[in-house]
Design a protein around this ligand. Structure first.
Ligand code: SF4
Length: 448
């Protein structure tokens, strides 16, 4: 038999590419996702880095250049970018700041123009603000080709998977810090694998699945004792605040600290939603049979196949934690948010909350920035949704950088979740590991 010989080839942008030779900074919205996205850019030979961890100076600088009308994530990202700009030796002409945008119903579309204005006023007008648009499922990432969009999608899905493994393992670890260590080692492994992966998409997928298999082994080796009595809290809300631990004052860890387990809505859901919206808008514009429609459908199909290939490694691990399809989320949201008038995260928040209730969650927490219009609309809908779904407790936590007694509020909320747990109409399906008697010593060793 003749063996097919494949020679791996790395993929690099040319010296004339507008990003070649520049440092690209991406806001560290979600731990894991930003590192993976930077790895994709480095795969192309672009020097990409997450913005450094936010701190008190972030809030101070962000506060100095915002009026108070802006959303909290705008303040945080502006503060983080300005911290970079104020570093000694900063070269504006060789720097690119990444800031997504959308036409959507809220203020997110203003972030990029606002950042450009602040940078210009502070003398950093030469910095390029790179701003892909949500209307095209974030596929118009400057002049990058489909290989980049595909690799970026794989990075997003893989980071979602690693975060999910972390959240479902950490509350039950019996050796403090082992789940976090499994996460950071797996993330490093994945990013290195991706950065040096082949330009052939099949070959790249092979190396990425091998990396995720190693991650699976690491998490399975975390000594843990799974306790089905812990309440399961679904986490929804505004994407930045929900995922950014600095902005939400580590709310998930605080919930875990009071013996809850969290199930966070992931980033892939939002991208699937923007794809669906793109198709809907093309239909409304009478472009059902058009090249953009074909492109959009093709992209969704390929993304779906890649997502399936990556997630299928975790069928056993995610038993009882299967993610809903976007159509299911939208269907469940429809009775509460007028279709097609309402758009954005209010739709996914409401739909996912209903879905989590049906999956037997013991409560829902919505994490949003203070005055976020998606958060406010969702909050107005939650009482009815809660009544319709057996009285599941749903609580909004708003953040604006001010301190409050969060742990006390979490404690009160979890009491409600525990009492709902005893009478909830929807039962949870538990993964097999919840019936294991002891620590998971029977699991395979980590293979490097
Ligand atoms: S979702 Fe909320 S926080 Fe984010 S830009 Fe819109 S209004 Fe602001």
């Amino acid at each position: 038999m003749q063996l097919h010989k494949h020679r791996c080839v790395t993929r690099k942008v040319g010296a004339n590419h507008p990003l070649a030779g520049k440092a690209v900074y991406i806001p560290a919205m979600a731990e894991g996702s930003v590192e993976a996205l930077c790895a994709v850019l480095r795969w192309l030979g672009i020097d990409a880095r997450p913005t450094p961890p936010s701190n008190a100076r972030t809030v101070e600088l962000g506060g100095n250049y915002t009026s108070g009308d802006e959303c909290f994530p705008a303040k945080i990202t502006t503060g983080d970018f300005l911290q970079i700009a104020q570093q000694p030796g900063f070269d504006a002409r060789r720097t690119v700041f990444f800031m997504g945008t959308t036409d959507g119903p809220c203020r997110f579309g203003q972030y990029a123009p606002f950042l450009r204005k602040v940078l210009r006023e502070q003398g950093y007008g030469d910095v390029v603000v790179l701003s892909p648009h949500g209307e095209h499922g974030y596929s118009d990432f400057q002049d990058f080709d489909t290989a980049f969009v595909r690799a970026a999608w794989r990075a997003v899905v893989a980071a979602d998977i690693l975060r999910k493994l972390l959240l479902q393992t950490r509350p039950y670890e019996t050796l403090l810090g082992t789940a976090d260590r499994a996460f950071s080692e797996s993330l490093k492994d994945f990013c290195q694998t991706l950065e040096y992966s082949c330009s052939d998409s099949t070959c790249q997928m092979r190396s990425l699945t091998a990396s995720l298999s190693r991650a699976r082994a690491r998490f399975r080796a975390v000594p843990a004792c799974f306790d089905p009595k812990r309440p399961l809290i679904g986490i929804v809300g505004e994407i930045f605040c929900r995922l950014n631990n600095f902005s939400n004052q580590d709310l998930v860890r605080r919930l875990e600290g009071q013996n809850a387990e969290c199930w966070m809505a992931d980033i892939a859901e939002w991208i699937a939603y923007t794809n669906t919206e793109e198709v809907r808008n093309l239909r409304l514009a009478g472009r059902t049979y058009s090249w953009p429609m074909i492109k959009s459908k093709l992209r969704s199909r390929i993304q779906h196949a890649d997502e399936h290939a990556l997630r299928s490694l975790f069928v056993e691990d995610f038993e009882g934690y299967e993610e809903p399809g976007i159509d299911e989320v939208l269907k469940l949201a429809r009775p509460y948010v007028p279709f097609p008038g309402a758009e954005g995260e209010m739709v996914t928040n409401v739909g996912r909350s209903a879905w989590l209730a049906l999956r037997g969650a013991d409560g829902i927490v919505d994490i949003s920035p203070f005055t976020c219009m998606n958060g406010v609309v969702s909050e107005a809908i939650y009482p009815k949704l809660s009544r319709d779904y057996g009285g599941i407790p749903i609580r909004n936590f708003y953040f604006d950088g001010q301190q409050s007694d969060l742990d006390r509020d979490i404690g009160i909320y979890l009491e409600l979740a525990r009492s709902y747990r005893g009478k909830k109409p929807y039962m949870r399906s538990y993964a097999r590991r919840f019936s294991w008697p002891e620590h998971r010593a029977d699991m395979p060793e980590v293979v490097h």
